[in-house]
Design a protein around this ligand. Structure first.
Ligand code: SDX
Length: 430
């Protein structure tokens, strides 16, 4: 009997199997030897939504959900948000180490060099209705970049991967800004390479007739912090999609578009937009108790609350709440903050939420800041997708170079008919 494993007794055959532990798991393939006879396929695991399944080894992000810990490459998110810029953190996620000054300079130059979009992309965007949802435009336009860079499908060429990573991190703010301007009927603003990553994003969003855009440094820094907090989150739904689509050796543009599509769902990155709709529906602090009673009665979810991994306060929500104060000093306080604070206060004392370990997550306060900065709710998930592109690319590249990874193709438990014979048309429905 191996102390560093399981001894599994199959009562059907009275046979005991030794299954070794693997870093706190057992390898599912080690269960296939558990059979009732030579024709038996062997034992599989059944885990809908992968509630208890590790799909990969990863060294990028570490989360301890019970303690509310989040680290990128070992660095606590609180330190990164306080001491770094977003592009510095993007370098960390992708390269594994914080950059030196010269490495960061080269990194910024390479990304800045790739902020422009091919002119055909503007015509592609013009095809959308005036009221098209920015997230749907973002997803489609990121995928369309694959038509401009077909060489990106050479995913096993490190130089080719690096070039697409520069292109995607450089271009997603431009695409995001263009979707915003399209919705308003404003002309597109070209990137200004004199500006920082977030200053340039604000420039492409909000420059009008002035010759040179001057970003508010408080808002630019707040956006940088928000981008750091949203950059990666280990094997979340959209990261899983990035890995799964990328596992077929699809190019990084269509893989990123697929990941962004997953992010757009209201249970994932789409929640920040839903939080604002929820706060609008509540309308005032006085209505909060009644709304919470409705949630407890099953009339919907408290958007921005709860998390598959965090069973404690999401550390990102705490930092965003602090960043909100700096933003409101510039923009003026957002009245919805009072409703959100009252919602949080009541929910954190209520047995229904306490028992289910439901705390505010990253989406609960981010929308309030974005709205105060002048963004419409439809843009909120696009603002999530911009920084998360760096995290998706780090997860994608780690998967591509992992010798254990191959095309993702889960099994199933078949619950359909056994074999049956096709009935002629005139005999059907009898
Ligand atoms: C993100 O995975 C990541 O890391 C994601 C993310 C990232 O950075 O990539 O952190 C970003 O997606 C944050 C989550 C944003 N989504 C929301 O805020 C939407 C509201 N939250 C829920 O839909 C839910 O909490 C999830 C989707 C986030 C997590 O769902 P789970 O883990 O599948 O949990 P569950 O739905 O099984 O809920 C367990 C119980 C249920 O009650 P019972 O059946 O036990 O009676 O808790 C209840 C749920 O009804 N519950 C909620 C709730 N979330 C869970 N009840 C009210 N309001 C909620 N928000």
């Amino acid at each position: 009997m191996d102390k560093d494993g399981l001894s599994i007794l199959d009562n059907r055959t009275n046979t005991t199997y030794e299954v070794p532990f693997h870093k706190g798991t057992i390898r599912a393939m080690d269960l296939r030897k558990i059979k009732t006879g030579p024709d038996d396929f062997g034992l599989m695991t059944y885990d809908p939504a992968f509630m208890n399944t590790a799909s990969c080894h990863s060294a990028i992000t570490y989360i301890d959900g019970d303690k509310g810990i989040l680290r990128y490459r070992g660095y606590p998110i609180e330190q990164l948000a306080e001491k770094c810029t977003f592009l510095e953190v993007a370098y960390l996620l992708l390269q594994g180490e914080l950059p030196t000054a010269s490495q960061l300079k080269d990194w910024i130059n390479n990304i800045t060099y790739h902020t422009m979009l091919h002119e055909s992309t503007k015509h592609f965007l013009e095809g959308f209705r005036y009221d098209a949802h920015p997230m749907a435009m973002f997803i489609s336009t990121v995928a369309a970049l694959a038509t401009i860079y077909p060489e990106s499908r050479h995913v096993h060429d490190p130089e080719m991967r690096r070039l697409q990573i520069y292109r995607l991190i450089g271009k997603v703010p431009t695409i995001a800004a263009y979707t915003y301007r399209h919705g308003l009927g404003y002309p597109y603003v070209y990137p200004d390479n004199d500006l920082s990553y977030t200053e340039n994003f604000l420039n492409m969003l909000w420059r009008m007739a002035e010759v040179k855009y001057k970003a508010n440094p408080v808002l630019a820094r707040a956006l940088d912090i928000l981008f750091i907090l949203h950059a990666d989150h280990e094997q979340n739904c959209s990261a899983n999609v990035m890995r799964s689509v990328g596992s077929s050796q699809a190019d990084p543009f269509v893989s990123t578009a697929a990941a962004a599509a997953a992010l757009s769902g209201p249970l994932h990155g789409g929640a920040n937009e839903e939080v604002l709709r929820m706060l609008d529906e509540i309308g005032s602090k006085d209505h909060v108790p009644a709304y919470i009673e409705g949630v407890k009665a099953g009339k919907g979810k408290l958007m921005g609350f709860g998390h598959r991994v965090y069973k404690n306060y999401d550390p990102r929500a705490r930092i965003i709440k602090q960043a909100a104060e700096q933003v409101f000093e510039v923009t003026g306080k957002n009245a919805k903050l009072d409703i959100a604070l009252e919602l949080e206060r009541i929910a954190l004392e209520d047995e229904y939420f306490v028992k289910r370990k439901l705390y505010p997550n990253v989406d609960f306060y981010s929308g309030i800041i974005y709205q105060a900065m002048g963004f419409r709710p439809e843009m909120f998930t696009v603002l999530f997708a911009i920084p998360r592109t760096a995290g998706w690319l780090a997860q994608w590249e780690e998967m591509v170079i992992d010798p254990e990874q191959k095309i993702a193709r889960p099994r199933q438990i078949y619950t359909g008919y056994e074999e049956r014979t096709v009935v002629p048309m005139d005999k059907r429905g009898a």
